[in-house]
Ligand binder design. Sequence first.
Ligand code: AMP
Length: 514
Amino acid sequence: MTFSDLGLSPKVLSAVTDAGYTQPTPIQAGAIPHALLGKDILGIAQTGTGKTASFVLPMLTRLEKGRARARMPRTLILEPTRELAAQVEENFIRYGKNHKLNIALLIGGVSFDEQDKKLERGADVLIATPGRLLDHRERGKLLLNGVEILVIDEADRMLDMGFIPDIERICEMIPFTRQTLFFSATMPPEITKLTEKFLHAPVRVEVSKAASTATSIIQRLVKSGSKPWDKRETLRNLMKAEDAELKNAIIFCNRKVEVSELFRSLLKYDFDAGALHGDMDQRARMQMLANFRDGKLRYLVASDVAARGLDIPDVSHVFNYDVPIHAEDYVHRIGRTGRAGRSGKSFTIATKSDTKYIDAIERLIGNKIEWHDGDLSTVVASEGEDEAPRRGRGAPRRAGRKDDDRKEKGERKPRERHAKPSEAAPPEAAHDEQPVAAEATVADIGERRARKEAIRSENTERKADRNEQRTPERGDSRPQRDSNRPARHRQEDNDATVGFGDDMPAFMRIVAKV
Ligand code: AMP
């Protein structure tokens, strides 16, 4: 089958040819013909399957008739994160190069004014995160009754992030006669319920099970001692051993605080690394991602929440610094490599306490994962591990984590790398600088202080920036922690402060009347 068999318009076909695509992917072949006929679609597909084009291409074809009116967008695409929303915009620009369409992107972390202007001009395509969309709607700047096509993308991720009540509200604001294109990688019961409520006789297109991992990925488990310095050493050794084959890699951690710590440690050991996690502001995240995508950074340390769904083509390696607690995150993580038929490698660092998580992953993927160099029974406990407290009575006080790192198999003290704070350091890095090693020279300390100051002042600027973006009526009403929120998010919340930022679901911002 070719793209010209699908019924797309000549303008769209020409843009697809320019993008270099010759054959539609299975989700595109399955969804596009029905979407062009105006039917509702239930697409069960992960990122990496070409699902974005499966809704963007038919939308472009259908948008060729008619034009937008002020404040009444013709189509609406809901995305769970700013990055995903920005990626969908890029897709509209790429495939819509032969169309004159107004595209508005409503995401948090950027000013309302620019977004208002775009809405005022009349948007053919509105791409939004739920929180920011509802903010605009409540400010009276947006009418949703002109929406002809609604796309709900990454619905299971929306569920993870607590956005389902917002999605329901938004669906109820859009005319019943609309076409709905709905995508999710998995179908938990809450999502099935949502589709039953809001889709009309949908055509179901399922391209692969969420539990499947690409066969082109070599997966290995790597034994390690359980202390952070053991795991960091295991990781560094792996990275060195893989160096010749390694083009670029994403290194996944379970928590934001580990992202920060590992990132700093890798910089100290002169690895060309960046970090990506939910607390970084939009500008810093996009910049970091762009640097990684353009090959300016070889390693990206990331948390699941920050990285899921990002379009980073051609990653040669995935390292799981932590075994993911949710088995399906393993599938998403290693799905970053081995894309579009390319080969890829994934290494998962495992400690004795990870056994139950590994079992769950193996059950989910239906396969045993091979050990790289012997299983956990061959792990030799590092000094003081598990059996003895590290600072028992009479034991000399350790000089700090830096010493622990250096103690690792007698490695020489690495040269401090001077990363530009704006490029490299995640915001909390400034507040969480590692203790100064006992043998650090006075010059070292002075230099470190100066760097810390630079990061701190940049963070203050960013904070001021963020405060400016907040809506006055909501600026101070940060959400109370909701014990019903999914465990995955409670876990991220524990690490630091920020939470949803501007993508906060509306129901969490309702001020209770007493
Ligand atoms: P997505 O699942 O939408 O995130 O797409 C994953 C990647 O596949 C993106 O980098 C797209 O540019 C690429 N892609 C989409 N459709 C095709 C196609 N028909 N042939 C080759 N690559 C494609």
